[in-house]
Design a protein around this ligand. Structure first.
Ligand SMILES: *Cc1c(COP(=O)(O)O)cnc(C)c1O
Length: 353
């Protein structure tokens, strides 16, 4: 702490991301990245742009990318906002829609960036308890004072709430914004984007980091009523006109234009997830029914902390949260079949020792 720090810096409690390592031999299953590379069309688009236009500023309005993303969901460009990763889009959303003095609600077990933003922007929050099986208590989110934010599927539980339940929450907060963070939706059943025409208080946030293999490019987006999008644009333009660079703009657009590639890689991950779930159950794990690109599981006999440490020794990184309620669970990203086989073999060795 220093006497020069503003009160904003003093109250900040920054998010700690999963460890990043660069060793080839490590099996990295700790930050929910996609094990497959992005579509070759993305690389082609980035190369082309690199050779032509880097000396010029990118488009401050990102209209082209916004139209392309909108098209996929039957929305217009003015119903889509794009940002530097969905983390930035979420931060802007906190500034745009939540107020100091009016408590917002999010689940007790959820994405740990939400309390970080709330503290930074001085927004009070209530953590809504989950059912014993980690599902959401839907009615506890009704009539919030300051708004609601929740991921669907939830992180790190991997559980998906049916669209009817999400709609109930949106409908029962008519005077507040409800943000649904759909970082993992492409591995699940149905996006809430189809409710946007019906509800002016719904903001759906998504990312290209997981299902489109572009965690390194940093492109996230929000979809909602044009006046919500306008609010996000006002925040962005009071901050930085060019949050997305030229490579990100063309790369993300190309990713959305290659639907076949996207369908193929998500289908592979879903199939691997189902196999991994079966294999982990055979090793004595209780695995929550995942609709994400990771599983959340605990072992009948061994503590998550022990398993995390032993796996690390074997060169396999998973995520362990030292937090009450979930400290006996491991969050394991779904990698390739080969990576998951290495995980299962290592776990077999540990539990049979
Ligand atoms: C990964 C993740 C994000 C952030 O994604 P970026 O677009 O890479 O910033 C947001 N919300 C949840 C729930 C996530 O798991």
């Amino acid at each position: 702490m220093s006497k020069f720090w503003s009160s904003m810096v003093k109250r900040a409690e920054p998010y700690v991301p999963g460890e990043q390592v660069n060793q080839q031999e490590i099996v990295k299953l700790n930050t929910n990245e996609n094990p497959y590379p992005p579509s070759p069309k993305v690389l082609e688009a980035i190369h082309g742009e690199m050779e032509r236009n880097l000396q010029l500023y990118p488009s401050p309005t990102a209209d082209d990318l916004r139209a392309t993303v909108g098209q996929r969901y039957g929305l217009t460009a003015d119903e889509v906002f794009v940002g530097n990763g969905s983390d930035e889009v979420l931060a802007f959303s906190f500034m745009a829609f939540f107020e100091p003095g009016q408590p917002i609600r999010f689940p007790e077990v959820t994405y740990s960036f939400y309390p970080v933003y709330a503290k930074l922007f001085d927004i009070p929050y209530e953590e809504v308890a989950l059912n014993k099986d980690f599902t959401l208590q839907i009615d506890k989110f009704f009539q919030s004072e300051g708004g609601v934010i929740l991921p669907n599927p939830n992180a790190p539980t991997s559980l998906y709430a049916e669209l009817d339940s999400i709609e109930e929450i949106v409908k029962n907060n008519p005077h507040q914004v409800v943000i649904i963070d759909e970082a993992y939706i492409d591995f699940a059943t149905k996006s809430a984007a189809e409710l946007i025409q019906k509800y002016d208080n719904l903001l759906v946030v998504q990312t290209t980091s997981k299902s489109r293999s572009l965690a390194g490019l940093r492109v996230g987006f929000a979809m909602g009523n044009a006046s919500l999008i306008d609010a996000l644009i006002r925040i962005k333009d009071s901050f930085n006109s060019y949050t997305l660079d030229r490579l990100a703009l063309v790369g993300a657009k190309a990713a959305f234009e290659d639907e076949a590639y996207f369908k193929g890689s998500t289908a592979k991950i879903i199939a691997t997830r189902e196999n991994t779930t079966t294999e982990l159950a055979q090793l004595g794990f209780i695995v929550l029914p995942s609709q994400a690109n990771f599983v959340f599981a605990r072992h009948e006999k061994f503590s998550a902390e022990l398993l995390y440490n032993e796996l690390k020794q074997e060169g396999i990184l998973v995520r362990y949260f030292n937090k009450p309620g979930i400290d006996n669970y491991l969050r394991m990203t779904i990698g390739t079949d080969e990576q998951m086989e290495r995980l299962v073999v290592a776990l077999e060795k540990i539990v049979n020792k």
